[in-house]
Design a binder for this molecule. Structure first.
Ligand SMILES: C[S@@+](CC[C@H](N)C(=O)[O-])C[C@H]1O[C@@H](n2cnc3c(N)ncnc32)[C@H](O)[C@@H]1O
Length: 242
């Protein structure tokens, strides 16, 4: 059984998912027809199908080596009739006849996930649940969700192997308005203030303060707007933690 144990990309295998993918899996509705975009080894759809959670899946991969790996995982699981593996860029892996009801896009930067959603907009029926797990870049991703009428239904933050991972679950709901701070911290996380959330932002504040101090010490030619942006973020975090 193939085992992947790279630190940031820890996935484990098609039966034992990493804690990160396990939490993603928990947001996939029972009976869903799932498109897992950027599926890599295809562990998420294969695990969910093996557990009887989903009824059909598409595993989309842009790169050849992970595409072949996903094909192998699906073939060896004996689920090739219900899981289709396609080599495609982003949402181009989805065809209307797939009747997809949930889309997972995990383990990539938030900007990459945003770009995948934006360039594949025509493939979205608006009925799908989006289960997104960005590695950083959460703010621009939330901004895209808001601008495209997606309401954030659930947010999770977990720490695994010294990395903070966020999970954002969203569904289209008409017009939605979030404040700049809500887009930055996550509207639901801001309300829930979980210990993991407060720990993350304490670490982020220390990092921002270190950056500001080193800019000031070195008198580096940092553009004024960048300095002000970091100073504003540090102020928001200080207020959040107060
Ligand atoms: C770090 S892996 C994450 C794999 C898995 N989703 C997870 O969370 O463990 C990111 C995968 O996304 C794929 N990927 C990146 N951009 C993509 C795109 N535009 N369309 C499809 N796959 C993409 C990469 O080839 C890579 O296999």
């Amino acid at each position: 059984m193939p085992v992947i144990a790279g630190e940031k990309g820890l996935q484990l295998n098609e039966q034992t998912l990493s804690m990160r993918l396990e939490r993603v899996a928990a947001h996939v509705p029972a009976g869903a027809r799932l498109a897992d975009i950027g599926s890599d080894h295809g562990y998420l759809p294969v695990a969910l199908m093996g557990r009887g959670v989903i009824s059909a899946a598409v595993a989309g991969e842009v790169a050849l080596t992970p595409f072949h790996a996903a094909e192998r995982t699906v073939r060896e699981s004996g689920q090739d009739l219900r899981i289709t593996v396609r080599q495609a860029n982003g949402l181009a892996a989805i065809e209307p006849e797939d009747r997809i009801t949930a889309i997972s896009i995990c383990g990539m930067g938030g900007e990459t996930i945003r770009d995948i959603l934006d360039s594949g907009k025509t493939r979205l029926s608006g009925q799908e649940r989006l289960i997104l797990q960005p590695n950083g870049g959460e703010q621009p991703l939330r901004q895209w969700l808001m601008e495209n009428g997606y309401r954030i239904l659930c947010e999770e933050l977990l720490r695994e192997n010294r990395f903070d991972y966020e999970i954002i679950v969203a569904e289209r709901a008409g017009s939605v308005l979030y404040t700049a701070e809500e887009l930055y911290f996550g509207p639901l996380q801001m309300q829930a203030r979980s210990p993991a959330f407060l720990d993350k932002w304490q670490r982020m504040l220390r990092q921002k303060q270190k950056n500001l101090a080193s800019f000031a010490r070195a008198r580096q030619a940092i553009p004024e707007d960048k300095m002000q942006d970091i100073a504003r973020q540090a102020r928001w975090i200080t207020e959040l933690l107060a």
